[in-house]
Design a binder for this molecule. Structure first.
Ligand code: FMN
Ligand code: MN
Length: 479
């Protein structure tokens, strides 16, 4: 399977899943094209931009990579053409398997690799060397890091974390370092800063999309490199970076090495068009990474993951992974008869959580909703949690809304949790807030437990009759 971006691009091109665009401008055009293409829905291709205005041919940006079920399936070796629910089920099996296998796939240190083809040090460091796009019209700058993998180390445990956190270019040697409270990369730099020490940082800007997959979801700290190894079935090759001592992926397209120093912040990070579809966090004081060295392959490729209004192309993959992780977690915690979990793409996999259950006792639905709403995997920036009966497909928003509209009675079935975990990205929180809370609406859209057996029959046809009718007249009616 490998872990090289170029091999991945060839693979999806062979499958008819890539478009090549030449001549687009880094200023807004790459962002606009990536957004427009995704408006076509899950059919939109991955896009490889070359001959970008102001840049030599070969200095490329690829966007919309793991943005649909087909490309996710290709990337992970899953069967193609399954339903959204079936993919969640595969992830539910595979994620714990990969996790167990991480022990067998620690990264392997090597001395050489493509990332060392070009090395710029000291005064030669220039972030503008690469065609970093300004993606959205009100973005405060060019965002060189979006689908990136930021590598930091916990100074106490030595564990290496990989997280996806945005980087704006402030000047030729300074990148923004915007990490939300509680995220692993932030916990790492806060430890260094608390000791008045500089935190070593590597930023990989282009790599196999598995880095985005591992960096962009809540995996256990220190497991990401081995996780990628477990998925590909071979240990990831890493090179010890000279300045920071951190492990850098040998096949990376571009790696920036530098330091986040205590007290070094810029007040003009952002705004940035975020995954909620807004520029909500605006401009704010943000730490920076001072870059001392740049490594890159010949003709390097930036992995761009520009956010957009949900459902967003570049956060779509999280819907599967976070739904599967939460479903498994709810079962491990002893919740019974959970039939389906969907952290809907319509809420960027966070704002809308739908769970289907087979109600077994009075209070079961409310317990499931309240518990899930505050679980570590779903608590951050949640908004609406809807529990439905098992006959409702949680991935089908029409089914879900039908249940909400016909099985819930607002006065009895909506509860509100106040002052829950949110962030500066939340558009309903004023910019002046000193702490970021928001509420959760719990919607119990299950049939009322005590008389569920007497609930009105739903209109459905016998599956056998449906098959028969499709067989005879399906072709004529395009069914
Ligand atoms: C495309 C993309 C961009 C993201 N940008 C940011 C960001 O700028 N800051 C941030 O704190 N989290 C961002 N996230 C979310 C984190 O990557 C995610 O919470 C992940 O779990 C962080 O890794 P960690 O669990 O090791 O902290 C982004 C995720 C994706 C998929
Ligand atoms: Mn982590």
């Amino acid at each position: 399977m490998g872990s090289d971006l170029r091999a991945w691009i060839n693979m999806i091109e062979d499958a008819g899943q890539l478009s090549r665009i030449e001549g687009a401008h880094w200023d807004l055009e790459i962002g606009c094209i990536s957004g427009l293409s995704w408006e076509k829905g899950l059919q939109g291709p991955a896009i490889l931009f070359d001959r970008i205005a102001d840049y030599p041919a070969g200095y490329r940006v690829v966007t919309n990579t793991i943005s649909n079920p087909d490309r996710i399936a290709l990337t992970l070796g899953f069967p193609k053409g399954l339903s959204l629910r079936e993919y969640v089920e595969i992830f539910r099996k595979k994620l714990p398997e990969w996790r167990t296998m991480t022990e067998n796939f620690p990264p392997q240190t090597v001395r050489d690799g493509p990332v060392l083809e070009n090395v710029d040090s000291g005064k030669d460091v220039d972030l503008f060397k690469f065609p970093a796009p300004r993606y959205n019209p009100l973005d405060g700058g060019r965002y060189i890091g979006t689908g990136n993998a930021i590598i930091t180390r916990d100074p106490d445990t030595g564990k290496v974390n990989i997280g996806t956190y945005r980087n704006m270019i402030h000047d030729s040697k300074t990148a923004g370092f915007f990490i939300a409270p509680g995220k692993h990369g932030r916990l790492d730099y806060e430890k260094y800063h608390a000791r008045n020490e500089a935190c070593p940082v590597l930023i990989s800007l282009g790599h196999h999309p598995l880095f985005l997959m591992a960096g962009g979801v809540e995996l256990p700290t220190g497991s990401e490199y081995s996780f990628i190894g477990a998925i590909t079935g071979e240990p990831l090759k890493i090179i010890r970076e000279e300045i920071t001592g951190l492990p850098m992926p040998a096949d990376s397209e571009i790696v920036l090495a530098g330091w986040s120093r205590p007290g070094k912040v810029r007040h003009d990070e952002g705004p940035f068009g975020e995954w909620t579809g807004y520029y909500a966090s605006r401009e704010q004081a943000t730490p920076v990474v001072e870059i001392e060295r740049v490594y890159h392959r010949n003709d390097p490729i930036i992995l761009g993951a520009p956010p957009s209004r949900p459902p967003g192309a570049n956060t779509f993959f999280r819907t599967f992974i976070r739904s599967a992780l939460l479903h498994n977690q709810l079962e491990e915690c002893g919740l019974r008869e959970v039939k389906g979990v969907w952290q809907s793409e319509l809420g960027g996999s966070r704002l809308l959580l739908i769970i289907s259950i087979n109600q077994k006792y009075a209070g079961h639905a409310r317990q499931t909703a309240l518990f899930a709403s505050q679980s570590p995997l779903a608590a951050f920036m949640g908004r609406y949690v809807i529990v439905v009966d098992e006959d409702i497909d949680p991935t089908n928003i029409y089914d879900v809304l039908w249940a909400v509209l016909t099985r819930s009675d607002p006065e009895k079935d909506i509860d509100v949790v106040r002052r829950a975990w949110s962030s500066s990205l939340d558009p309903v929180i004023p910019k002046t807030a000193t702490a970021h809370f928001s509420s959760r609406a719990i919607i119990d859209a299950c049939k009322p437990y005590e008389w569920r057996q007497e609930f009105a029959d739903a209109i459905t046809f016998d599956p056998e009759l449906v098959v028969k009718m499709k067989k005879i007249w399906g072709k004529q009616l395009g069914l």
